[in-house]
Design a protein around this ligand. Structure first.
Ligand SMILES: [Zn+2]
Length: 287
């Protein structure tokens, strides 16, 4: 298990910010946008220009998109009741996350989270208690989704979970070799109406998750979204961002989770706004 544990992703519980409310609009200038110096404004403007010429520039940050696929191979589908599967795909898929996050190298998990949730800890994830660890056995309502024997779980880990984490870790390593730094954006969407298993019922427009080490970058993302007029929850209703354990304490690697409210993701301006926010963050981070 030694090397496997070494690859376990880390999700900080973000407890230090869990109790903060989403930013009140009028406080943005004081509490968060402290870096709005001329330099930052200039960077942001040049980033906007670059996004408009997107075909001429490649973006280098990593967009980790773990929950946007609905694909489950036919031989795996037999494990589920088809009506329950249809309902849970509707509720649990991160709709829109594959569409509104575009500026960066995409690392997408090509299977549904109902088959394997690569954002969970390999061992001891607290969501195991409600049947929603790496291999979901319960639905978002707490009903039976499927049964997974220990042997079957081990197969799923080997076939789907570890290869994805190896791919992500290798992409981070490549970034470090090329640029000396790496920024992971962990891209999600959440339902506008909370699901029964969600303990935090807050529904901002966006939720930004990060741990203490990535606070500056996380707050910069939150600030830019807030400047566009959106409500933003910091580590609420979801906390932390995925970080390969190999780079857990490596300051060259930063990870910020962006969760978009699904009530927003079909609005036509959101994708372009996200492009601009991420381009600005990337320009600042890698400069
Ligand atoms: Zn998600």
């Amino acid at each position: 298990m030694g090397h496997i544990e070494d690859q376990t992703p880390h999700r900080d519980d973000g407890a230090f910010l869990m109790e903060l409310p989403p930013f009140p609009k009028e406080k943005a200038g004081n509490s968060l946008c402290k870096g709005s110096s001329e330099k930052r404004v200039a960077t942001y403007c040049s980033a906007l220009f670059l996004v408009n010429r997107r075909t001429e520039r490649s973006f280098i940050m990593l967009l980790h998109i773990p929950h946007a696929s609905t694909f489950i191979p036919d031989d795996e589908k037999t494990q589920y009741s088809q009506s329950v599967l249809k309902d849970q795909l509707e509720k649990m898929t991160d709709w829109g996350a594959g569409r509104i996050f575009n500026v960066g190298q995409r690392i997408e998990f090509p299977y549904s989270r109902l088959l394997c949730d690569v954002e969970r800890f390999a061992d001891g994830d607290e969501m195991e208690k409600v049947g929603m660890g790496v291999c979901y056995t319960r639905t978002s309502n707490g009903h039976i989704l499927r049964r997974v024997s220990p042997e079957r779980r081990a197969e799923i880990m080997t076939k789907y979970y570890w290869p994805h984490h190896t791919k992500l870790e290798n992409a981070v390593t490549d970034e470090l070799h090329k640029y000396g730094r790496c920024l992971i954006i962990d891209c999600h969407s959440f339902p506008g109406v909370p699901l029964p298993y969600e303990r935090d019922q807050l529904r901002p427009n966006f939720c930004i998750g990060f741990d203490r080490r990535c606070q500056e970058t996380g707050e910069a993302v939150a600030c830019r979204l807030h400047e566009l007029g959106y409500t933003v929850g910091i580590n609420r209703p979801f906390a932390g961002a995925l970080m390969p354990i190999r780079y857990l304490n490596d300051d060259r690697v930063q990870s910020v989770m962006i969760e978009a409210n699904r009530d927003l993701v079909d609005e036509p301006q959101v994708s372009n706004q996200m492009d601009n926010v991420l381009a600005g963050i990337e320009a600042e981070f890698y400069m």
